[in-house]
Design a binder for this molecule. Structure first.
Ligand code: PLP
Length: 388
């Protein structure tokens, strides 16, 4: 009897699924810290180059530790194939570059992650690829922009405004128009959002965030249908060279063994903070997908934004935090905050904060894994200290 993998594997099912036997029956996947692999005979090497064998040759192409992680993310997202990259941004670049050329048009959602925006505005523009930005919450506007585009780039929710997109409607319309759909799914993780089930073609993870989960590595993944991953292989992966290292793959694999536990706590902490902020008179806006309609999401990341009114000195508020640390990134055990005011100091035409008008009263907070009460107390106390 043939055992088909479950259509929607849980993390446990994905972790145990085809259970590649590890050397010496190791419980944890070993780190194959090697640049290349040896052949016993001329014929063995010739067979690999002729495509008659899938043995490993060179780690920039394939490595057993990285391959384990690639297989895991593909299973978890319900996709056929995956590739590992040196960073989330290397994954973003590799998911876009093979599918566009000079004269092509890309549709992207407004307010997307700032460096993805800069990839479109600094790199792709230089090579003659134009990007049109559309409000992702306006599904009709996204669909209207699709005809004639090569690729639609989504991030649900977006990075500072936490705007959701209707992935099913956009995925369906993109397929009808022959437009490749790509999503950055780092915030929701495959535990809380399965874009492939909603018709999205390629799924990106900044594995530096929740998948690795310990603020100790930078890594990225792209998963999707084999035909598209093959194109990434043939037109980007080997030549752009932004390959995930075996050690980084091992860190992500290790992190993923506790992904379900950590995500539950990130969600709990994000919601606890969101509730406390929503109830506070100095808070004028809360941008958290859990406090509005959220079709397609079965849970929430702990990253969100809020605005403080003018009664609060934002620098003083930030400095009064004790549990929450000041820092970029998110997805690790510690809670982190970025005040938009500090980030608005960035200059240049490709500054997405200015381009998309992130409010100077906004702060982005990444809820970590601390006790929820300690986090809430820290933030409420810092507001009190910083009120004029
Ligand atoms: C939503 C999102 N996507 C992608 C990235 C890029 O990931 P990396 O820093 O691993 O390149 C980030 C990083 O902050 C991010 O926040």
């Amino acid at each position: 009897m043939t055992h088909l993998p479950p259509a929607r594997p849980t993390l446990t099912e994905a972790l145990i699924a085809p259970a590649n036997a590890q050397p010496h029956h190791a419980t944890s996947v070993p780190i194959f810290q090697t640049s290349s692999f040896l052949f016993d005979r001329y014929e063995d090497m010739a067979a690999v180059f002729a495509g008659h064998s899938d043995r490993f040759i060179y780690t920039r192409g394939n490595n057993p530790t990285v391959a384990e992680l690639e297989a895991l993310i593909a299973r978890l997202e319900g996709c056929e194939a995956a590739r590992g990259f040196a960073s989330g941004m290397a994954a973003v670049a590799a998911a876009v570059m093979p599918f566009v050329q000079a004269g092509d048009r890309v549709v992207a959602v407004e307010n997307l992650y700032s460096d993805a925006f800069r990839l479109f505005e600094v790199v792709l523009k230089k090579f003659g690829v134009q990007t049109d930005y559309v409000d992702g919450s306006d599904t009709e506007a996204v669909i209207r922009a699709l005809p004639g585009a090569k690729l639609v780039y989504l991030e649900s929710p977006t990075s500072w405004t936490f705007t959701l997109q209707d992935l099913s409607a956009i995925g369906r319309a993109a397929r009808a128009e022959g437009v490749i759909s790509v999503i950055d799914n780092s915030w929701a993780t495959p535990l809380y959002q399965r874009p492939a089930e909603m018709g999205i073609d390629l799924i990106i993870h900044a594995a530096s965030k929740y998948l690795a989960g310990h603020s100790d590595t930078i890594a990225g993944l792209v998963t999707g249908p084999k035909a598209l991953i093959d194109r990434i292989n043939h037109e980007a992966y080997h030549y752009l060279g932004g390959k995930m290292s075996p050690f980084d793959a091992w860190l992500v694999l290790r992190g993923m063994r506790t992904l379900n536990l950590r995500m539950a706590r990130h969600m709990e902490n994000g919601l606890a903070l969101g509730r406390a902020l929503l109830a506070h008179e100095a808070v004028t806006a809360l941008r958290h997908p859990g406090f509005g309609p959220h079709p397609g999401l079965t849970g929430f990341g702990g990253l969100f934004a809020f605005d403080l009114d003018c009664s609060v000195d934002i620098a003083r508020f930030t400095n009064a935090l004790r549990v929450v640390k000041i820092g970029v990134s998110w997805g690790g055990p510690e809670s982190l905050i970025i005040p938009a005011q500090a980030a608005l100091g960035l200059s240049g035409a490709a500054n997405s904060f200015q381009r998309f008008g992130v409010n100077a009263r906004s702060l982005r907070i990444a809820a970590g894994l601390e006790e929820p009460d300690a986090l809430v107390e820290d933030v409420v106390n810092a507001i009190r200290v910083a009120r004029r």
